[in-house]
Design a protein around this ligand. Structure first.
Ligand SMILES: Cc1ncc(COP(=O)(O)O)c(C=O)c1O
Length: 439
């Protein structure tokens, strides 16, 4: 009879190594220190950003439209030109945040009271807020296992009142744009691409933001490139750009935009102030020139991990709508139950390679302020119409989204992970995955 000790000794002698003991059960962890991803953009801050900032200080020109001296400030303007070119759009407008960009996009698309906008149930607060602040009604669609909007459910949620749909490219992953665009064109609704979480990603070779009617980006700390805060809108339609620009600058359309976009087509209308300053513009210009390096680094590291775990028996990974276009923000595994997923996270944490549930967004329909339709005023137009009164949010609005997000967990990637770091992610996955499936 072969007992366990004899088996281990015999296997070692035969050059076969026994499965290493799980760290959660007393074995040695894959790493001695936890592996954590950092903030991508700030890791690349260097002389280029410093020079841009110093130049704004020294020339005393912090405001984008005018300032000391005869030369016009040009940081934000140059950023807009280079951003539009990188994103494959004719025009770009720099603004103060992704949330501001969403509000400009709503204004550009003339979304207002009586209109409906479809958005994924799992995304950031700002998507819902921009629709409500425009006076329109948010209608949630489920996500699928890409964590992006489910095109089938998107189509089901379109009504004769739907003006636009938000294709949000979440956590680095392009939405299924072939399907989204096909549905939107057929049902005659506008497409807003929200690329806040996927700045620099692509879909079938096309930059994210360039395929819909209008695209928005966030340049806040957690995004691909950053000035702490910041945002941008892109479009190839001069009228949409003019509306967005007027909305972002208290109704005005300034000479530099007019020179770029063409003769104004509109009269002033009510707007706000979401203008970007030259300090942010300078830093973002320097960061934009590093975007492909940053995204390329993350993508290469994620690809290495995916390749290293591909043969694991029973492995389910996140659905990838476009493998090459995915930034690879995190490498996610899916399980049959939350119990298995939670066990996977527990085992990975013990190996010092923490895996976490999908993050960076919230399940909006179950947020109490959304479920109760709380706004700044009880007569808010979004919810006073019969349709606005009748619509129900809460868990019933997104059972599939709740289920998917309870069964996936992933390891966040970083552009500066070393080979050793990605080897550790692969080793930890390989060590614990089978055990998690048994939970
Ligand atoms: C999908 C999405 N849209 C919009 C935003 C808003 O961007 P900001 O934080 O720059 O206002 C975010 C921010 O995380 C986001 O994740």
């Amino acid at each position: 009879m072969v007992n366990r000790r004899h088996f281990v000794v015999a296997s070692a002698a035969a050059g076969l190594s026994a499965a290493p003991a799980l760290a959660a059960e007393g074995g040695a962890p894959v790493r001695t220190e936890p592996l954590n991803a950092g903030y991508w953009g700030t890791q690349f801050y260097g002389d280029e950003e410093r020079e841009q900032l110093l130049n704004v200080l020294e020339t005393r020109r912090p405001f984008r439209w005018y300032g000391t001296g005869r030369q016009a400030p040009d940081k934000v303007a140059t950023f807009e030109k280079e951003f539009a070119a990188r994103m494959g759009a004719k025009y770009a407008l720099a603004v103060t945040s992704g949330t501001a960009a969403l509000q400009c996009a709503m204004a550009a698309l003339e979304v207002g009271p009586g209109d409906e906008v479809v958005l994924p149930a799992w995304t950031w607060h700002s998507c819902y807020a921009a629709i409500v602040l425009a006076g329109a009604l948010p209608v949630f669609a489920e996500i699928d296992e890409s964590f992006d909007i489910d095109p089938e459910d998107l189509e089901r949620k379109i009504t004769p009142r739907t003006k636009a749909v938000m294709a949000v490219h979440l956590q680095g992953m392009p939405a299924n744009m072939d399907r989204v665009l096909e549905v939107a064109r057929r049902r005659k609704v506008k497409v807003l691409e929200d690329c806040a979480q996927s700045v620099g990603g692509s879909y079938k070779g096309k930059p994210l933001g360039s395929m819909g009617d209008i695209g928005i980006y966030s340049l806040q700390l957690n995004k691909s490139i950053t000035a702490g805060e910041g945002g941008a809108v892109v479009t190839s339609d001069p009228l949409l750009l003019e509306r967005a620009a007027r909305f972002h600058d208290v109704g005005g359309f300034r000479a530099p935009h007019e020179q770029w976009v063409g003769k104004p087509q509109l009269s002033p209308f009510v707007g706000t102030n979401f203008r970007m300053n030259e300090f942010s513009g300078g830093v973002l210009l320097a960061q934009l020139r590093k975007l492909d390096k940053i995204v390329g680094g993350v993508r290469a590291n994620a690809a290495r991990v995916y390749a290293g775990i591909a043969d694991l028996p029973g492995l389910t990974t996140r659905l990838r709508n476009d493998v090459e276009g995915d930034i690879g923000t995190a490498v996610f595994a899916g399980f049959a139950s939350q119990r298995q997923r939670d066990r996977f996270m527990e085992l990975m944490r013990a190996e010092n390679v923490p895996a976490r549930p999908p993050s960076g967004s919230v399940i909006l329909p179950v947020q109490p302020y959304i479920e109760s339709k709380t706004t700044v005023h009880p007569a808010w137009p979004s919810f006073t119409s019969p349709r606005g009164k009748a619509i129900r949010y809460g868990a019933e609005a997104c059972p599939k989204t709740l289920d998917i997000l309870s069964r996936f967990a992933g390891v966040a990637m970083d552009p500066k992970f070393t080979r050793r770091d990605t080897d550790d992610v692969i080793a930890a996955f390989r060590k614990v995955h089978g055990a998690a499936l048994k939970a």
